[in-house]
Design a protein around this ligand. Sequence first.
Ligand SMILES: Cc1cc2nc3c(=O)[nH]c(=O)nc-3n(C[C@H](O)[C@H](O)[C@H](O)COP(=O)(O)O)c2cc1C
Length: 195
Amino acid sequence: MKAFIVYCHPSENSFTRNMRDAFIKGVEDSGNEVILSDLYKMDFKADMTEAEYLRDANYRNTPDVAEDVFAEQEKINQSDAIVFIYPVFWTEAPAKLVGWFDRVWTYGFAYGEKTMKVLDKGMVLCSAGNPIARLKEFGLLESMEKVMFGDRLFGRVKETEFVVFDCTSRENELREKNWDANLQKAYEKGKGLFG
Ligand SMILES: Cc1cc2nc3c(=O)[nH]c(=O)nc-3n(C[C@H](O)[C@H](O)[C@H](O)COP(=O)(O)O)c2cc1C
């Protein structure tokens, strides 16, 4: 089985990068394959052109999608699961990943006469500075999940799982204290991705 990982973090010196690598090791140790899009490393262009906007807004199949967008769509259709790995920025994914959805979820692929494969699993692994209790208290965790699974992945994956690694801000002593246990958890999530 193949897992397509869409990873977005501006720095290699981060918890999220370590968490990503632990997750990938888990997937590979379970005998499965990974396709990785590292959006910063690829310098993925996040903003739509006017032509792209007009194509999608008018429900048109023309012009053909850009090559970098087509490459991402091909990776999806070759995979069995899609996994998003990122740090929470202002209760969202980093802007580059939000822009990835703007451009890759095109008319004729993700909506309209869809050609996007319905994947077995959609997973989010994100790191957050806040404790989960605080994200829940203000309804923020629910909002993040709703946007990812109730909109972006809705009807496009059969099963969903949202995993938050909380208290990961650099000033929080729990970042270091929970580091190894969190990487172990990410590894196990990778190992168990395909059941
Ligand atoms: C621009 C920015 C916005 C952030 N917004 C949030 C937020 O809305 N909620 C939250 O819990 N943490 C927020 N954080 C904290 C990051 O999620 C946290 O620093 C990160 O997950 C730590 O992991 P890293 O070492 O991989 O960067 C923000 C951090 C930055 C830099």
